[in-house]
Design a protein around this ligand. Structure first.
Ligand code: BGP
Length: 469
């Protein structure tokens, strides 16, 4: 069945990714506190975060499947509100015990856990107080991280925050995560800066604690290309790239925002009457942490093509999988357009593996502090066709997608980019934050009515590749 990629490198980390809120379910049990999602999803009425993939109860089965199909690693996240139901204060021992059980199951099966501390699931109490816009949130996050580092010595691979940009822009630009603001540029850029500070403080803490493991963070990178090479479109691409990628990469791996980056960011801020508050001492924290990251988790799904746009900002989110229903126009920055010849998913995401190759080369060239790179998410959202128990689930488009992206990764690696692993999004089917249960990504199909797991063809192919290591 092997296609483009015939062989994985020896010792390659070969994993599947999950996120606590998207897989665990059991949102109201064993003392868990509310996240920013619980009441919001209930009020919205589109779908429920329970039972999700019932990972809270079925993790042993999923980890055994992972092992059986050749995976040697798993990304999981800790739900902050299982440990501290309010985000701070009293510890919930039942939550702590769950993660000890989970990590033990991983380690007993030789499936190495890579653990994220914050994957989009801000505690409701802190969310109501401003979430990452409130600098007190950073202190609470540092306390929570410190607690986890002491409590879980069995974890050797940590990530602080998942996709700072997705959280900030989904909350404050696209408006499809609570609190659903549209083009609130001040909040978006401030949340990004504050999250970078939180990450940096936790990295600095980790080093002070002299812990033996590794720590880093996860950025999703979206290469931005001008739709045609006019000066206006090229400038639009530079602006949007600064906003989505460069500001965060600079802050993480250079420890400062370069003059060129800030010129682009300031142009966006001015055009949108927005501002960024950097307080005395902030940049010292970033500078200290930048060389101390042990590795970099890079998520990649798509690239974007852009043309210049000076009108008012508007957007429409495709949350249903009805092709061609999304649009995005950002005042003074640009308009996302479709590039002829580039295929798209049902959710209008461009399938463009070249973008992954380009961005890997760029990260290695411009940000050597990223050191070792793991692809921590990559995969295809797809409406899998399920005909009943034990029937073949043919997800060839997913195999093709992963295969093409792996090829791009291995090409970059053969040219010296230090990529040491790949985590498919996702291990098993799980709901999608703004799309619900019909956007599936898993290697393993989950029948959400019965919670029965079925093996997709992509899982068999994944195993074949695993055996080439
Ligand atoms: C990333 C998130 C994941 C996951 C994935 C797919 O941004 O880290 O949690 O959801 O994207 O996105 P979606 O579910 O919107 O298709």
């Amino acid at each position: 069945m092997l296609n483009r990629v015939k062989k994985l490198p020896a010792n390659f980390v070969w994993g599947g990714a999950t996120a606590a809120y998207q897989v665990e379910g059991s949102t109201q049990v064993d003392g868990k506190g509310k996240t920013m999602w619980d009441d919001y999803l209930k009020a919205q009425g589109r779908f429920s975060p329970d039972p999700a993939s019932d990972f809270y109860n079925r993790y042993p089965e999923d980890i055994k499947l992972a092992k059986q199909y050749g995976l040697n690693a798993i990304r999981v996240s800790i739900a902050w509100t299982r440990i501290f139901p309010k985000g701070y204060g009293e510890v919930n021992q039942k939550g702590v015990a769950f993660y000890h059980r989970l990590f033990k199951e991983c380690l007993d099966n030789n499936v190495e856990p890579y653990v994220t501390l914050h994957h989009f699931d801000s505690p409701k109490t802190l969310f109501d107080d401003g979430d990452w816009l409130n600098r007190k949130n950073i202190d609470y996050f540092v306390d929570y991280a410190k607690f986890c580092f002491k409590e879980f010595p069995e974890v050797n691979n940590w990530f602080t925050i998942n996709e700072l940009i997705s959280l900030a822009t989904s909350q404050y630009i696209g408006g499809n995560f609570p609190p659903n603001h549209h083009f609130d540029v001040t909040s978006a850029i401030q949340a990004e800066h504050n999250e970078l500070l939180a990450h940096a403080r936790v990295v600095n803490l980790y080093r002070e604690m002299q812990l033996p493991g590794r720590i880093g963070l996860i950025h999703v990178l979206q290469p931005i290309y001008p739709i045609t090479e006019t000066p206006e479109n090229k400038h639009a691409a530079a602006l949007y790239d600064a906003f989505l990628n460069r500001f965060l990469l600079d802050g993480t791996f250079l420890g400062h925002y370069t003059t060129e980056t800030m010129a682009l960011i300031n142009e966006i801020l001015e055009k949108n009457n927005a501002k960024l508050d950097i307080q005395p001492g902030d940049m010292d924290i970033l500078a200290k942490a930048a060389p101390q990251n042990d590795y970099f988790g890079l998520n990649y799904y798509q690239s974007q093509f852009i043309q210049a746009y000076e009108g008012e900002s508007t957007n429409q989110f495709n949350g249903t999988g009805e092709k061609g229903t999304s649009s995005f126009k950002f005042k003074g920055v640009g308009e996302i357009v479709k590039k002829p010849g580039v295929p798209q998913t049902d959710w209008d995401w461009n399938i463009y593996p070249e973008g992954l190759y380009d961005v890997l080369k760029r990260v290695a060239r411009v940000y050597p502090n990223s050191k070792t790179i793991y692809i921590t998410e990559n995969g295809l959202g797809f409406k899998d066709h399920y005909e009943g128990p034990d029937q073949i689930i043919d997800d060839q488009p997913r195999i093709d997608y992963i295969d093409q992206h792996l090829e791009a990764i291995l090409k970059a690696r053969s040219e010296g980019v230090n990529v040491q692993g790949y985590f498919v999004w996702s291990l098993q089917d799980q709901f999608s934050w703004a799309n619900g249960y019909n956007k599936r990504y898993g290697l393993f199909y989950v029948d959400f009515d019965t919670q029965k797991r079925e093996i997709k063809e992509s899982a068999r192919w994944f195993k074949e590749l695993a055996d080439t290591k």
